[in-house]
Ligand binder design. Structure first.
Ligand code: SF4
Length: 311
């Protein structure tokens, strides 16, 4: 497990590192920590610097910093329409201070009327769930569960909270009136993408009150391939490699297009049988789909200018 270093402020609380489908929108990204202690073996965000997981920075004054930055944006009429929370890291990794900072930031965003789109593989503490439940019209929580299989968990994401705990969290959030979506990512050929795997996951999501689920295959590429080769058994990576090989033997980012199309069609049929909606992440499948799989709030209206004098 890497070392957690405590800092006060970031140079800027928000960033513009967004998925392609949101690039031209009034949306900002936010992360409580730099780096990620969950450190999933397939994570493309942690490939830039292989030592990143050894020094994760937690910023304790982010609540105040976010309030200040939002106040300044409000004065300039440029509040974001939405903030994506946890874009390149996981806040809910079981640290009380990180939980507290996350709660303070969500409260600050709600106070400014900014919609929060929070994605997690972790466990939100009760205190943060209660904050979310006070403004359910301003938040969607997306909970990612890639597989129910213990071997998948051990092999690819050993520090992620167990599926049972995440489904329990979803149930509590739904009971508290918080909107929740599911996400199944990354799909990895032959590891977790059989119709049986998907059906089992969709059934669990439906049982805890989730109707919309977003799916996407693993985004591979040379950096992720090298990271997996370092961390996952060679036999496993040798089995995975051929799925991500182009016509000239080069490593490619995505599984074959026709394979993905066929699989997504299969998964959608299963979802229909469960009266659920299965959405495919267009950013991860730009060669097949376009559009957004995010819940988008109505744009924030600029305050009306007061008319001081009438003619
Ligand atoms: S929790 Fe998310 S950001 Fe953190 S390592 Fe896993 S995939 Fe990457």
């Amino acid at each position: 497990m890497g070392e957690l270093r405590i800092r006060e402020n970031k140079s800027r609380a928000f960033t513009t590192g967004l998925p392609q489908c949101l690039a031209d929108s009034s949306v900002l990204a936010f992360n409580v920590v730099s780096g990620c202690l969950v450190d999933c073996h397939y994570c493309k965000y942690q490939t830039k610097d292989p030592t990143r997981a050894d020094s994760v920075h937690l910023y304790t004054m982010l609540g105040q910093q976010v309030r200040d930055e939002l106040a300044s944006m409000s004065r300039r009429n440029c509040l974001p329409q939405m903030v994506l929370f946890n874009t390149v890291s996981e806040s809910f990794f079981g640290n009380a201070l990180a939980n507290q900072v996350a709660g303070e930031v969500i409260e600050a965003l709600f106070a400014a009327g900014v919609y929060v789109n929070l994605t997690t593989k972790g466990l939100m503490p009760r205190s943060v769930m209660e904050i979310a439940s006070r403004s359910p019209h301003l938040i969607t929580v997306t909970v990612n569960v890639a597989s129910l299989s213990e071997s998948f968990h051990r092999l690819f994401e050993p520090r992620v909270a167990t599926p049972a705990d995440r489904f329990l969290m979803i149930r509590r959030l739904r009971e508290m009136g918080v909107p929740v979506r599911g996400r199944i990512e990354p799909l990895i050929p032959t590891e977790n993408d059989s119709p049986k795997d998907i059906e089992a996951l969709l059934a669990r999501f439906r049982d805890v009150g989730v109707k919309d689920v977003v799916v996407a295959y693993l985004h591979y590429g040379v950096d992720v391939a090298n990271r997996l080769a370092r961390r996952v058994s060679r036999v496993q990576t040798a089995l995975l490699g051929p799925w991500y090989r182009g016509p000239n033997g080069e490593t490619v980012h995505l599984v074959d297009k026709e394979y993905r199309k066929r699989k997504y069609a299969e998964f959608k049929q299963i979802a229909q049988r469960y009266s659920m909606r299965l959405l495919v992440c267009a950013c991860r499948n730009a060669d097949i789909f376009s559009g957004r799989c995010f819940v988008m709030p109505a744009p924030i209206k600029a305050p009306e200018k007061k008319v001081l004098f009438k003619e």
